[in-house]
Design a binder for this molecule. Structure first.
Ligand SMILES: Nc1ncnc2c1ncn2[C@@H]1O[C@H](COP(=O)(O)OP(=O)(O)OP(=O)(O)O)[C@@H](O)[C@H]1O
Length: 858
């Protein structure tokens, strides 16, 4: 059962907490009233979990001791967990009994829990209460409601209930009895082999680098072009004479740019395009935007999806500078959270300017790019800008940095903001513009010392919204317990059973459950009410999606359909199902496409192509198509309301990728993919009351994912102490999460004892920074360069605690998107590896967790 947060969860900043010790509650035989709990080995949970065998060993042992004590030592007289260290502080979160309904404590157990939770709140030393008792599971909902009213979090993990002062993860392997923990250390020989591979690889790479300097930026020669990587790195000031020559060149180039712009604007196509651009809400604010940007170093822009932020704001700046004959000195970087948006938005902007991509407007994403010597507006992923900062701390020559879609609060974006905030005083002429459709503008504004906020009112085309109750009412579709089970194919029986109603309760997010309980569907027909009463929020609803798609194909006006799913599994299973359908699987009527992060850019791009006349395009996608992009024939959006989200448990140093309910902002973004070039329709496959229960924004990634990569980047940028740097983030991560990451990097030998980068650490920073899967990334990155050993990581990772809740498909997805590993290749290579048999014997058949891959002692 998902974390039950206090009522404001998700909408407000959750301050960093130090993880404190857990308290296991156990029956106290001395009291029939289920006496107070014991403190069981308080040191246990305060230990940061690490992969250091010794630490791990003691951790695991301690855990076992705990369990043993809880279950076996029935005759022990436990000390109260609360008698020591009781503090008066924290009374602001104390239970307000006046808010409780009379009779809301039906049993002694509730009274007992009221007391326990109050004591937990008062006790500074303790962070959580854990109970394995059946009656506590039985009363869980009431206890959780009580805890929530006191500002505490709760979670039911199989047979264990936890009440905590901090948000709880979806999975706790320390509480998972089905996966016993075991430490496996790789043989010394293998470790040595890895070391020598790594050494060889590094020297080989350096040799190649010397002979072929990085070609990704080599097409550019103009000194003033922002795309000139070399030109921006600690470039010496030109001498007086060359300075004046440079100025002349810039002047000439600026005048050329102005002529080109005027010619385009006077052409018939240019006029038509300008007419369209003028119809966008952003255009009406053009003057205000430009004046504000010229007068303020930091500006925050918000506006409805499709109002023209991404495509227009950078253009306004470039055009205004071009018109003032300063175009050649203007260099704008606009970051996008995803490759697909950087590529497609740059294409659109180039075409709005009547140019080819790679001329004035270009893009750069990992391993791909289109830009030239005259590029002055560059769309790139945030990761690319961060890597650029590695070699060019001052962003020399860059005049404007635009960070788009800041509401997504990705790790890279939050990191970038800290770096840029530091940079601003050194570059007073640099302009920073933060943009988003829906942004917590005040939070960003106060971070930048009261930055100016501009809101662009208005939207492009209306989008009619249908929630589940309307869909059912309009269509007469009936939901039953059985027709909601999603068919993942024969191989995925486990996934289907996971959705079975008996498990339903444990999987529903509390907020959703509460919203449903309170919902009133009286204005709907009895049939709709009946359907809603058996709606299973744990399912995606393949059958319903098929039904809606059929309805659209048969009854609705032309237009493409964008279906938001959670991941590869859902997309492929639904695709198989639809292909078997007489209408939806008929290629003369339907063009069925998929879009997923692990697909090559060229494959992703297919979703922008128009189908033949009379054929309806249906795109099954993850949330990668959620922001910035415009698929201009999309009229219909179907939103399943979920997305896979990485969450991190600092206590266990565990991350997992699980489907979770999206935020209101995401739902709005999804809806916003329709109605961009014509009116649209959006079908949300959940009731309106469930939408109302969504968090306003997603929890920032920096607060929910492992921080290893980020720590390495901080070090390689020489930004000082990792924890000090991260404490300056917009919302800083838990100290324990930071400590875990540092400890981990020390263990694998990427950082030395002084927290400085080792050779290995330096190597790691050369790799792309996409800290999606923490350990997987770090280890994968190391092994990625070691062909013969490469796949071993994937093989081991399947059994890695960090990936325990992932299925193989998720792992394959991650491996592919992060390192371009192919799943079948991976298996073939694993088999080919001579040491595999030995490893297999050690690992197979065990639910191994806590594997130490290798350790380098520097
Ligand atoms: N590739 C395209 N083809 C046709 N029209 C497009 C294209 N890209 C953008 N547009 C038009 O330009 C408008 C503005 O798009 P833009 O991406 O700038 O909006 P936005 O405000 O940044 O939206 P979002 O917050 O959703 O990214 C769209 O509503 C659409 O009408």
């Amino acid at each position: 059962m998902k974390d039950r947060p206090p009522s404001s969860y998700g909408a407000v900043y959750i301050p960093p907490h130090h993880r404190l010790r857990s308290v296991f509650t156990a029956p106290n035989p001395a009291s029939s009233n289920n006496g107070l709990n014991s403190v069981l080995n308080p040191k246990v949970s305060s230990l940061p979990h690490s992969h250091h065998p010794q630490l791990n060993h003691s951790y695991n042992n301690c855990n076992n001791e705990n369990n043993d004590t809880v279950t076996n030592n029935k005759n022990l007289q436990f000390d109260s967990a609360y008698d020591d260290g009781v503090s008066e502080e924290g009374s602001d979160r104390e239970l307000d009994t006046s808010s409780l309904q009379p009779g809301s404590f039906p049993s002694d157990n509730m009274e007992e829990w009221s007391r326990k939770l109050t004591k937990l709140l008062h006790n500074k030393e303790k962070q959580e209460l854990i109970s394995r008792e059946k009656k506590d599971r039985r009363d869980y909902e009431q206890i959780a409601a009580l805890a929530s009213s006191m500002g505490l979090y709760s979670h039911l993990y199989a047979k264990v209930v936890v009440f905590s002062k901090v948000p709880l993860p979806n999975y706790r392997f320390d509480l998972d009895d089905r996966r016993p923990q075991r430490e496996v250390t790789l043989p010394l020989g293998l470790l040595r082999q890895v070391d020598s591979y790594l050494g060889d690889y590094r020297s080989q790479k350096l040799r190649i680098k010397r002979s072929f300097p990085d070609s990704s930026f080599s097409r550019i020669t103009s000194d003033s072009s922002l795309a000139t990587e070399e030109g921006l790195f600690d470039q010496p000031e030109p001498l007086a004479s060359s300075k004046s020559v440079m100025e002349k060149i810039l002047r000439r180039r600026s005048l050329q740019m102005r002529d080109q712009l005027q010619t385009w604007q006077a052409s018939p196509d240019g006029k038509k395009m300008l007419e369209f651009r003028r119809s966008l809400p952003a255009y009406k604010e053009k003057d205000t935007l430009l004046t504000t940007i010229s007068q303020n170093q930091v500006v925050i822009i918000s506006g409805e999806t499709g109002c023209g932020k991404t495509t227009q704001v950078p253009q306004f700046i470039l055009e205004s500078e071009t018109e003032s004959a300063r175009g050649a000195a203007c260099n704008i970087i606009c970051t996008q959270p995803r490759r697909i948006s950087a590529m497609t938005v740059s294409e659109r902007v180039a075409s709005e300017r009547g140019e080819k991509l790679g001329e004035c407007v270009g893009y750069k994403v990992r391993l791909e790019g289109m830009k030239g010597r005259d590029t002055h507006l560059l769309f790139c992923t945030t990761g690319i800008l961060l890597r650029r900062l590695l070699v060019d701390r001052n962003l020399k020559g860059v005049t404007h940095v635009i960070v788009d879609e800041i509401h997504e609060r990705g790790m890279n974006e939050d990191f970038l903001l800290i770096v840029l905030k530091d940079l601003l005083p050194h570059r007073p002429e640099l302009r920073l513009i933060l943009m988003s459709a829906t942004v917590d503008a005040e939070l960003f504004s106060s971070y930048f010392g009261g930055a100016t906020i501009i809101n662009i009112p208005g939207f492009t085309y209306p989008v009619r919204t249908h929630f589940l109750e309307n869909i059912l009412e309009m269509s007469g579709y009936r939901l039953t317990t059985y027709n909601q089970i999603d068919d993942y194919g024969q191989e995925k029986m486990w996934k289907m059973t996971k959705q079975a109603p008996r498990k339903r309760k444990s999987l529903i997010a509390f907020a959703v459950e509460d919203a449903l309980k309170e919902a009133n569907f009286k204005e709907y027909s009895p049939q709709t009410q009946e359907s809603l009463s058996c709606w299973n929020p744990d399912c995606i609803g393949f059958n319903l999606i098929e039904y809606i798609l059929c309805h659209i194909c048969e009854e609705e006006r032309p237009g493409a359909v964008l279906v938001f799913m959670t991941g590869w599994d859902d997309i492929n299973s639904l695709k198989d199902k639809l292909l078997a359908h007489p209408i939806l699987g008929d290629p003369s009527r339907v063009l069925l496409l998929t879009c997923h992060g692990s697909m090559a850019s060229s494959e992703q791009r297919l979703i922008f192509d128009e189908p033949e006349a009379g054929v309806r395009k249906i795109v099954l996608t993850t949330n990668i198509a959620e922001t910035s992009i415009t698929i201009n024939d999309v009229v219909f959006v179907i939103d399943c309301g979920k997305a896979k989200e990485t969450s991190y448990d600092a206590l266990n140093n565990t991350s997992c990728l699980l489907p979770s309910w999206i935020s209101k902002v995401s739902a709005q973004q999804r809806r916003g993919r329709a109605g961009r070039v014509q009116p649209g329709e959006c079908y949300h496959l959940y009731p309106r009351c469930v939408h109302a229960a969504f968090a306003e924004y997603q929890l920032p990634e920096i607060l929910r994912t492992p921080l290893q990569s980020l720590c390495l980047q901080i070090k390689s940028l020489k930004l000082g102490s990792i924890s000090e740097f991260l404490s300056r983030a917009l919302q800083s991560p838990e100290l324990l999460a930071v400590q875990n990451a540092i400890e981990y990097l020390k263990i694998i030998g990427a950082l030395d004892q002084n927290e400085d980068l080792t050779v290995l650490g330096q190597y790691l920073t050369m790799l792309p920074m996409e800290p999606k899967l923490g350990k997987m990334l770090i280890l994968g990155a190391i092994f990625n360069c070691l062909d013969p050993v490469l796949t071993i990581v994937a093989g081991l990772s399947v059994r890695d605690p960090f990936l325990a809740p992932l299925d193989k498909k998720d792992l394959a997805e991650a491996a592919k998107s992060q390192f371009s590993w192919d799943y079948s290749d991976h298996l073939a290579l694993v088999r080919a590896y001579e040491g595999w048999r030995e490893l297999k014997e050690t690992l197979l058949g065990t639910n191994t967790v806590g594997i130490t891959f290798f350790r380098r002692n520097h």
